[in-house]
Design a protein around this ligand. Structure first.
Ligand code: ADP
Ligand code: MG
Length: 395
């Protein structure tokens, strides 16, 4: 709480809008009349014969913590560098707060960027590192030290003023770099793999801090990451990148529950996928025959498709249940043998070898400690799902 109050003093020019707790109907991306803060229109970037970005369009709203998620080489850093003005796009327009950035130099843009290697100046102490940009802007000494104190409080590192970078932990260095990037009060902060140098536990802690700081300040963050869990826990919305294009944009839950393509379904979380052909296509009744299953797939939520068309049915491991007795229904299950069980404490992961020789993954919460409920290796089992539990993908 204390951090919030102090931080609001530092960032007096804005509201602490918190998209993470906004109701669905007040989310700007659901409002057709809302004005985007960052507007990326038809941006392409070619390096030699590599299309690093291919006609990317994306609107980002004020106070969002937007994550660009994608594999290495998918164009994430290139997009950030174009936003910051370090790189010129081959085509397209960038607008920030309604202003076209075409002829605006990087240092004139209301943006700061925190790089993948957030190297601090090693010979400068924490205070000097944070104050660096403020000094260059000609701010008075007293004001600088007031700002530095507020930033140190924001990152919960009061009293660390005189420490040198080598006297800090990785997490602390990361926070100092964040304070340095925030010092000049950018309207938009771009963070390229900000937590990449931290180990897993520290990453998770720092993720929460990052969200706290972003929500407190209310400024817009665009965070690049290749880590899907990180994107899920940080983002107001995620843009999934695939080879220089945006494959899907959505809130974390939307991306996870309703992936738009096989690429997104497979890249975000783990999923079981069955290929098949449409054998019935009526309102709220889509049936798919897959050679990988003994019975048909029946889906209640229909998509636009034609009889005979090839589709993919995708279902997450936690949305399948396992049972020993044969289901009474005539669709949406598979018989198989338990091939592997990985006990993780809270859940167990089961790998089931189906009659068709296809393997599927099922996650079950370990609700009971009772051995009777136990499913064992090599046991014959039915994997069963509900007609609303999966998604149908056309590409
Ligand atoms: P990401 O950040 O998602 O890993 P990048 O934006 O760095 O991806 O790179 C996207 C593609 O553009 C890659 O194929 C990369 O090799 C290429 N690329 C990036 N920067 C340059 C450059 N300065 N010169 C040539 N190719 C580049
Ligand atoms: Mg990169």
């Amino acid at each position: 709480m204390q951090t919030k109050i102090i931080a609001n003093k530092y960032y007096d020019n804005n509201q602490s809008d918190n998209n993470h707790s906004l109701a669905a109907d007040t989310k700007p991306w659901n409002d057709k009349n809302a004005k985007p803060f960052v507007r990326i229109k038809n941006i392409s970037k070619v390096f030699g014969n590599v299309a690093a970005l291919d006609n990317v369009s994306l609107d980002i709203y004020k106070s969002e913590l937007f994550c660009l998620l994608g594999k290495s080489g998918s164009g994430k850093s290139t997009l950030l560098r174009i936003l910051a003005g370090f790189e010129k796009s081959s085509t397209g327009i960038i607008e920030i707060d309604g202003q076209n950035m075409e002829n605006i130099e990087p240092y004139e843009r209301p943006i700061n960027m925190m790089f993948q290697s957030y190297a601090l100046f090693p010979h400068m102490n924490v205070e000097q590192n944070i104050a660096y940009g403020l000094k260059r802007s000609g701010m008075k000494k007293a004001e600088i030290s007031q700002n530095v104190e507020q930033l140190l409080s924001l990152i919960k590192m009061e009293g660390y003023n005189r420490r040198k970078p080598h006297q800090l932990s990785g997490g602390q260095r990361q926070r100092v770099a964040l304070a340095r990037a925030l010092a000049r009060k950018p309207k938009l902060l771009l963070l390229d793999e900000p937590l990449g140098a931290l180990d897993k536990k520290l990453r998770q802690e720092t993720q929460f801090e990052l969200i706290n700081i972003q929500e407190t300040l209310g400024i817009t963050f665009i965070v690049v990451t290749h880590d899907q869990e990180e994107a899920m826990s940080l983002a107001t919305r995620i843009g999934v990148m695939e080879e220089g294009t945006i494959a899907q944009v959505g809130e974390p839950r939307e991306i996870y529950e309703y992936p738009a393509t096989r690429f997104v379904a497979d890249f975000v979380g783990s999923i079981n996928m069955f290929e098949g052909k449409v054998i019935k296509n009526e309102a709220a009744d889509l049936r798919i025959n897959s050679p990988e299953l003994d019975v048909n797939i029946h889906v209640a939520n229909n998509i636009a498709c034609a009889l005979g068309q090839t589709l993919w049915f995708a279902i997450r491991p936690e949305k399948i249940t396992l049972q020993k007795e044969k289901p009474k229904k005539r669709s949406n299950f598979a018989k198989g043998i338990v091939e592997e069980i990985i006990y993780l404490g809270d859940v167990s992961n089961y790998r089931i070898l189906l009659n068709s020789k296809k393997r599927i993954n099922v996650t079950r919460p370990n609700i009971s400690r009772d051995e009777k409920e136990k499913i064992s290796w090599d046991e014959e089992i039915y994997a069963v799902w509900h007609e609303n539990s999966g998604v149908v993908l056309a590409s």
